[in-house]
Design a protein around this ligand. Structure first.
Ligand code: ZN
Ligand code: ZN
Length: 161
């Protein structure tokens, strides 16, 4: 959705709040249900502050054991909005050209940055056996029992931690 913010930019203490159900059309695999977002924008002494709270379910295969997993997240974001970026502007500044802000594109970037780089079914996920491919969350495979070299056993222990 495009938020029209001219009134906010031009009037101190002006504010708005709105609710959006967002779809990230290129990522339907991961965001199967709309992302629910509460948005507020306010002008504090000439500084336009954007705040958002996004709640959503993220769906993907676990990066370790490849089991399909769905997790609920709630993230909060805030940005300072400017109509033009100057040289001194930092990364925290978001441009709203012509007082217009594309909330879907902004929050899509925010959410993707905030999601963990490794998506796991659970923090303690044991992953798959590199030899037989068994899901080690479901129990040990016979590969580990055949291991006799104690140095390798130590190495395995380290790798699994
Ligand atoms: Zn897993
Ligand atoms: Zn195995």
């Amino acid at each position: 959705m495009i938020l029209e913010l001219k009134k906010i930019f031009l009037n101190e203490n002006e504010s708005l709040s709105t609710h959006e159900e967002m779809e990230f059309s290129d990522m339907r695999e991961n965001f199967r249900k709309p992302v629910s977002v509460d948005i507020s924008v306010r002008n504090r002494a000439g500084l336009v502050i954007f705040g958002a709270e996004a709640k959503f379910t993220y769906s993907a295969d676990c990066d370790r054991c490849a089991v399909f997993t769905e997790k609920d997240y709630a993230f909060k974001f805030s940005h300072i909005l400017v109509t033009e970026l100057s040289d001194e502007s930092s990364d925290d500044y978001i441009q709203a050209p012509d007082y217009k802000l594309d909330t879907v594109s902004l929050l899509r970037d925010d959410i993707l940055l905030e999601l963990p780089s490794k998506f796991l079914c659970k923090e303690s996920c044991k992953g798959l056996c590199p030899k037989c491919g068994k899901n080690l969350n479901e129990g040990k495979c016979s590969c580990s029992e055949k291991e006799t070299d104690p140095r390798l056993a130590v190495l395995k222990q380290l790798l699994s931690e």
